[in-house]
Write a protein that binds this ligand. Structure first.
Ligand code: PRX
Length: 629
């Protein structure tokens, strides 16, 4: 993007029932924001005091651009905020976790049970030699053992790196190698749409040629269980035999890493985003309590997977830190029918429902008769995340699911930010199409490439102007890639998104400014898909763009130059599509492949995806001065 652009902003708004604000933890957004601006250190110090610390910090923030240290000198273990304190403070028999399987099977854990099981698994990890700082890679379905094992890592200071179990072997392999994982935790199978999907066979492929891996722990869900092939494998439950259920929390420096989570970048290998113990714990507690307004009796269902940041922050750490009841399911929104999710809300009395626009658009298409069959009165707040919530989807969500009663929290944030950054705090007017305003603690703006603030109605780059506690600390083993976030535009954090503000300071997120495609709320790097295509023997070169898709927001379209001797055919299209599916996973599968003889390039040889995109959408080609003849 080289020039700023005008954006027409419509300012329709809905005013929520004032009781929401009156009864909220946050109270008056504008007043709290002002308090933060007057004394940011005091504000964050107050928030950090709401979680459990072992040793207090001596300094709130040390900012040495682009590196931040938050809560210097403080030590903690996030699991004591998520578990121990609830057990101590009279919430031991409260439900922490309710799990629903596809076939309706249900398992529940109280805080006491979860605490005990986490400590046992933590000891089991120690038993096989896992130590503080070791990287543990997860490739698991969304079952309670996943949450238990993840918290067990945090308990002993091992760094978890969760890979979404829908990724293919190659994607898993590269993440295992980059993190130099010592242990991989998986399950024999995942379940989806009535089918059993083997995960362990994918892990078998992925750990080949990954010398760091010493053990693979397998949760056996099927009968076939425990016949583990090699010495490397351990059975999840056998490991727990004879292990003590008491494990004191590892004392972690606030700045030590809690986890790594890979996200797509514009070039090459996905980036291992590193989050710290103290700042992250503070950020997710703060937002779960003051933005989601999670109270004692709330039942939160965030439909994301733990493989994404949304799952880390708002399935696991945030809600457990505030002591809410968390629902997790292995279900798909439309299987066995599109009423399944609404039936779960009714049965389990979900009060806060958090999902993605893609799911909302899918439900819009199948018709409101499905949600209308169920009683959704338990809902108090409904949320959205991952991609822009377009006004049509907002209206439908608000009317059909929220019954014009539940506020919508459209939350803009990223893997890198760790927590919500922009949303519409309870009580503030909601504007369809706009995510909302920067939350207290965050200074956001829309700027041009030089970092000059742009007036309302002018589209530009979304930046965050000051550090915040749950910001990523670095890209794993790649400081250079980290520095780029803070060096691209003045001294600000460049989110990589395009946005526009209105007269009231509300932000509308317009999409990515770079070569990342968001398909159904999942980040995909064009480079990642292109390199998977080029791996195929028939492909000489490939370029990938995002094209609009009614349900998924965007879909992948690939342009492919074939190696001499190959001719375009439908069979080849299927073969390439399958190849991408196996290599990266179903989310990266091209919706269309077009065979071409040339690709538009700059004089220096870079592919100009912008030109492909403009042609595809019948748009003006824009500035073509750098285009090679
Ligand atoms: O483009 C923005 C989009 O998702 C990107 C971040 O993706 P990821 O790191 O996978 O995290 C997704 C979940 C937090 C952003 O750069 N995005 C996220 N939330 C929104 C959004 N776009 C518009 N509106 C949102 N609410």
């Amino acid at each position: 993007m080289s020039e700023n652009f005008e954006v027409k902003v419509d300012s329709k708004s809905y005013i929520p029932d004032p009781a929401y604000r009156e009864q909220s933890f946050l109270g008056d957004y504008k007043a709290v924001y002002k308090e933060f601006i007057q004394d940011p250190d005091e504000f964050w110090s107050r928030m950090a005091k709401e979680i459990e610390w072992i040793k207090p910090w001596t300094k709130v923030l040390e900012w040495n651009h682009p590196y931040a240290r938050w809560f210097t000198g403080g030590t903690l273990n996030i699991t004591t905020s998520c578990l121990d304190r609830h057990v101590k403070e009279g919430r031991r028999n409260k439900l922490a976790l309710i799990w629903r399987g596809e076939d309706g099977e249900e398992r529940v854990y109280t805080y006491r049970q979860l605490h005990r099981d986490v400590m046992r698994f933590a000891n089991a990890l120690k038993k096989i030699g896992v130590q503080k700082g070791d990287r543990i890679c997860f490739y698991m379905p969304l079952v309670p053992e996943h949450i238990i094992a993840l918290l067990a890592c945090a308990r002993i200071g091992a760094i978890h790196s969760i890979v979404y179990a829908g990724f293919g072997a190659e994607a898993l392999h590269s993440r295992i190698r980059d993190a130099e994982a010592k242990v991989v935790i998986t399950a024999d199978v995942g379940k989806r749409r009535g089918k059993v999907i083997s995960l362990r066979s994918i892990v078998d492929d992925a750990v080949r040629n990954a010398p760091s891996v010493e053990k693979v722990i397998v949760l056996c869900r099927e009968k076939c269980s425990v016949e583990l092939y090699s010495e490397m494998e351990e059975d999840f439950y056998s490991l727990l035999e004879g292990v003590s259920a008491d494990c004191s929390p590892e004392e972690m420096d606030a700045e030590e890493p809690l986890f790594i989570l890979y996200t797509s970048g514009t070039t090459g290998m996905p980036k291992g985003i590193v989050h710290s113990c103290g700042g992250y714990a503070t950020g997710v507690h703060y937002t779960a309590k003051y933005l989601f307004d999670l109270k004692e009796n709330d039942v939160i269902w965030c439909t994301a997977d733990t493989g994404w940041i949304t799952g880390h922050s708002y399935i696991v750490y945030g809600p457990l830190s505030v002591g809410a009841t968390v629902v997790i399911t292995e279900t798909t929104p439309d299987w066995p029918d599109p009423g399944i999710w609404w039936s779960i809300i009714e049965e389990l009395g979900v009060t806060l429902f958090y999902t993605a626009p893609t799911a909302i658009r899918m439900f819009m298409r199948v018709g409101e008769e499905w949600p209308n069959k169920y009683n959704l009165d338990s809902l108090r707040i409904i949320g959205s995340v991952g991609e822009p919530l377009n006004p049509e989807a907002f209206e439908w969500y608000y009317r059909v699911i929220g019954k014009m009663r539940c506020p919508i929290l459209d939350t803009w944030w990223q893997t890198e930010t760790g927590m919500h950054m922009i949303t519409t705090p309870l009580g503030e007017p909601m504007k369809p199409g706009f995510a909302g305003v920067p939350i207290p603690g965050i200074i956001a703006d829309v700027v041009d490439e030089e970092g000059n603030s742009l007036p309302p109605g002018q589209g530009g780059l979304l930046v965050i102007k000051k550090p915040w506690p749950s910001m990523m600390r670095t890209v794993y083993r790649n400081d250079e890639r980290y520095k780029k976030y803070w060096n691209q535009i003045k001294d600000y954090y460049a989110a990589g998104d395009l946005a526009v503000k209105d007269e009231d300071g509300y932000f509308m997120i317009l999409g990515r400014a770079d070569d990342i495609i968001i398909v159904a709320g999942h980040n995909l790097g064009t480079a990642e898909v292109e390199s998977a295509l080029v791996e195929h023997e028939a492909v000489a070169e490939a370029a990938v763009i995002g094209v609009p898709d009614e349900i998924k927001g965007q879909a992948v379209k690939a342009f492919v130059i074939l190696v001499k001797g190959y001719t375009p055919s439908q069979k080849l299209v299927s073969e390439l599509t399958y190849h991408v599916r196996m290599s990266i996973g179903p989310i990266a599968m091209p919706a269309a492949i077009e065979f071409v003889d040339t690709l538009p390039r700059t004089r220096s040889g870079k592919i100009m995806r912008r030109i492909l995109k403009a042609k595809e959408m019948n748009m003006d080609l824009g500035d073509t001065s750098t285009l090679e003849e």
